[in-house]
Ligand binder design. Structure first.
Ligand code: PLP
Length: 398
């Protein structure tokens, strides 16, 4: 099996081709210059003392974790975070030495790998803290950990209500080095920040309990992109940013930074055009019927690539014009009505997500078709769409 993510390389005309891939007429362009630019912009928006951690879980939401991590680290990110050992292993084996936060919760069999890969795991259960403590003492090297506090998300973490009790128990684990302590917002990007402030207050109470037990971690953190934008009082020592770095805002109401640029564009070339007569139908189920003579354009990507499986909904951009999808999206193809775009020809480049001329189809627009969120939509682009990396800018370029 070939690697799903190609190494950075220049774009060429015609079908997309990149090292490790045969040509394909549908692809994703990842603008690493824009990613670096966004990191510099986010860095500038934070106080000098606040560190910037880049969350590269799920292949950096589909960009390709390794290429994205390298650009981020060269442009203002200090640390990385992933969710699985394999994700961390791929970064380490490619030579990434930056601190890596391992988010989520572990099972005992994962702990030897946590140490071997030199990761900083979140610990949200005393049993795991104890097991890691024993392993670290056995190996004669303290294990750095981030204490995960459940401040109201009720997913991972030690419960804030019992902070005094678990803080005392953690303090006895001499094999652990308490590098950080974190919480996670259940709602940070909506207008109403009431519960976010409740969570932050609970977090501060937990920090107080840790202090009373003699634990004062270096890195206190509770913010994702929404918190980084809208809750400056929650910046603390470090913010954990994923989505925002890709030029996509977590919601329509959160604060805007100056000049963030879109990083990911999904493209395809028109590979066939069919002439239809009134009464002709298009696609499976025959759910679209021509009411005039027209032309149907075929783009060679579908739900097997992560495009939402809709019918008679959504758009593509061709020659700077927004053309409607007609018929159903199939696994490998979707069809657009080109009747009002007589110049369109086989070989034309179409944009399915991103900008073309003055038009834009955002991740939010596409997510709405799927009745989901931009995170799901971005991470949902499948690995069979080749990633083409462009504009790898030199570190710290203006
Ligand atoms: C995914 C994740 C983040 C990043 O969230 P964004 O909204 O993409 O910035 C931060 N912290 C944790 C614990 C996460 O799981």
């Amino acid at each position: 099996m070939s690697a799903p993510f190609s190494s950075p390389g220049e774009l060429s005309g015609g079908a997309a081709a990149s090292p490790g891939h045969l040509p394909r007429s549908a692809w994703i362009e990842v603008d690493l210059g824009a990613l670096g630019h966004n990191f510099r912009a986010i860095r500038r928006s934070l106080p000098a003392g606040t560190a910037l951690l880049y969350v590269v879980k799920d292949e950096a939401y589909g960009l390709g974790a390794l290429a994205a991590a390298r650009v981020a680290l060269a442009n203002g990110a200090d640390r990385l975070a992933v969710f699985t050992l394999s994700e961390a292993e791929r970064l380490r084996s490619a030579g990434i030495t930056a601190p890596i936060l391992l988010m989520g919760e572990r099972l005992p069999e994962e702990l030897p790998w946590v140490l071997r890969l030199d990761l900083e795991p979140c610990v949200g259960r005393l049993e795991i803290a104890t097991a890691l403590d024993a392993l670290a003492r056995q190996q004669g090297r303290p294990a750095p950990v981030h204490i995960k506090v459940n401040t109201g998300m009720n997913r991972f973490g030690l419960p804030w209500r019992a902070a005094r009790s678990w803080a005392a128990e953690l303090a006895a684990l001499t094999g652990l080095r308490f590098e950080g302590v974190l919480g996670h917002f259940a709602q940070s990007d909506e207008e109403d920040k009431t519960f976010a402030r409740v969570q932050l207050e609970r977090f501060h109470q937990s920090l107080e309990a840790l202090r009373a037990a003699g634990i004062e971690p270096r890195w206190k953190h509770h913010s994702n992109s929404g918190g980084a934008l809208d809750l400056p009082e929650a910046h603390l020592d470090l913010v954990r940013v994923g989505l925002l770095a890709h030029g996509v805002y977590p919601s329509r109401v959160c604060r805007r930074l100056e000049d963030l640029r879109p990083v990911m564009t999904v493209k395809a070339r028109l590979v066939a055009i069919q002439e239809v007569e009134p009464g002709d139908t298009v696609g499976y189920g025959m759910r679209w019927r021509a009411d005039r003579p027209g032309r149907i354009g075929v783009l060679p990507l579908g739900y097997g690539d992560g495009f939402p499986r809709v019918r008679n909904e959504g758009h593509a951009l061709i020659r700077g014009v927004r053309v409607p999808l007609v018929g159903g999206v199939a696994m490998d193809a979707l069809t657009v009505d080109l009747t009002d775009l007589p110049g369109a020809a086989v070989g034309d480049e179409a944009v399915l997500m991103g900008r073309q001329g003055a038009e834009e189809i955002s991740a939010h627009d596409l997510a709405a078709l799927k009745r989901s969120v931009s995170y799901d939509l971005l991470a949902g682009w499948r690995s069979r769409l080749p990633r083409l990396y462009r504009h790898a800018s030199p570190p710290n370029a203006p």
